[in-house]
Design a protein around this ligand. Sequence first.
Ligand code: SAH
Length: 231
Amino acid sequence: MWRATVLTLFPEMFPGPLGLSLAGDALARGVWELETRQLREHGLGRHRAVDDTPAGGGPGMVMRADVLCAAIDAAAAPDDGRPFLLMSPRGAPLSQARVREFARGPGALILCARFEGVDERVISARGLEEVSVGDYILSGGEIAALALIDACVRLLPGVMGEEASGAEESFEGGLLEYPQYTRPRDFEGHEIPPVLLSGDHAKIARWRREESLRLTRARRPDLIAKLGLKD
Ligand code: SAH
């Protein structure tokens, strides 16, 4: 079973949206498992402090290496084969390819930071992989962790209704998805492109491929460059 362990100061944020819809049904059916661990249980002193002032000065607080490592050690099995992740804006931006790798594996142990982040030594001491969900700053790792887990869980066998619906999505072929339409045929004077109503499946496939290319060229030239296509 795919298993996520989330280390956080806010376990109440879980399962949150992961308790609903596809992910929630799969959680209820035991396709995957979610465990949250309160970091403060490993906090120090009467106030169970998890953070302290930054060495060298500066604003904010930094999460302590001793506290975080104790929490990781308590949450990890001795032979834990899962990747240990730190949600972090400094990490490699999460990609569908990396999500696929995580989903194929046994799960993930995910550390969610707060404040200014974590003492650097936690990362090397426990071999954490830093994962970012984009070039912007959230106030904590929890929403990033929810995004990562959601992306993984929907790929687990038996979670998505139609197995096929994963294969054609944005990024799966290295391109953005083509535009989609449904009824009504005329919406405020805008018609569904006639090719989609033609019943000619080869022609439809060609149109979709061209639209994917057109959109990707216009919006994400970086993806086109990665595919080695001429733009
Ligand atoms: N001072 C840090 C940002 C801290 S934000 C810096 O400049 O890099 C607090 C925490 O929120 C981070 O430690 C991380 O766990 C989480 N977080 C914020 N933005 C994120 C992002 N884009 N991706 C993943 N995690 C993020």
